[in-house]
Ligand binder design. Structure first.
Ligand code: ADP
Ligand code: MG
Ligand code: MG
Length: 210
């Protein structure tokens, strides 16, 4: 059984931030097509602030995630700030003050994070949002763990599912967020939030496999 420490969670947030920064132009261009061209800068600003705060963060995984979530909510004005912030805050709540996170706790925390995104934004499957990357990732993680996969492998499967979910947003009609203003004209474009969400899951797999 793999258990994750505070360091692994910090590494996850750092790796995600590196991905966001390396792909900031892609995220901006995706949002330019169906939104307001700020998803790259929103995520870069928020996650850079999260990483800047890591040096002075609690030495427990849950409280560290709580601080990161609060930073996102306060630093990012767009929809993605409260949504990603809530995801991390709900994960923090599910982890509590445990010193280490086991497989089942991580899967439950990710699921709680997704439930927080839904409570905030009311997205359903097929609405062309970050939900369409995160939900398949949670399902794949649960299924892989139930099949007896070790956490590193199960997270790789989850990251693949998130990427497939991201790709599936291309053909969807947006029903939530700014892209929904375009209706049918949003078809043919990949959702920016699903794109960053696939990076989030991929970074988690990378952190645990490191
Ligand atoms: P804004 O739309 O306020 O400019 P961003 O551009 O940073 O914020 O984020 C846009 C992304 O947020 C979308 O691509 C989508 O994935 C996600 N999103 C928007 N509204 C919702 C919602 N109600 N539920 C889930 N995700 C949403
Ligand atoms: Mg935007
Ligand atoms: Mg905006």
């Amino acid at each position: 059984m793999t258990t994750l420490s505070t360091d692994t969670i910090a590494t996850w947030l750092r790796l995600f931030t590196s991905d966001v920064v390396a792909n900031v132009d892609e995220l901006t261009q995706l949002d330019a097509a169906i939104g307001d061209a700020d998803h790259g800068s929103n995520m870069e600003r928020g996650m850079t602030a999260v990483v800047d705060g890591l040096a002075d963060s609690p030495d427990l995984p849950g409280p560290l995630l709580k601080k990161a979530g609060m930073t996102l909510v306060s630093k990012v004005g767009g929809a993605s700030g409260p949504l990603y912030g809530t995801l991390l805050l709900r994960m923090a709540g599910a982890i509590g003050d445990s010193t280490e996170i086991d497989d089942a706790t991580l899967a439950a925390a990710l699921r709680a994070g997704l439930a927080g995104v839904v409570d905030r934004g009311h997205a359903q499957a097929g609405d062309k949002t970050m939900f369409d990357a995160l939900n398949p990732a949670c399902d794949a993680l649960d299924a892989a763990l139930a099949d007896g996969a070790a956490l590193p492998k199960a997270l790789q499967v989850a990251a693949d599912a998130a990427a497939a979910g991201r790709d599936s947003t291309v053909d969807m009609v947006a029903r939530k967020g700014r892209a929904s203003y375009l209706g049918e004209r949003s078809v043919g474009h990949q959702d920016p939030g699903a794109t960053s969400a696939a990076m989030l899951v991929d970074a988690l797999a990378e952190a645990v496999n490191a």
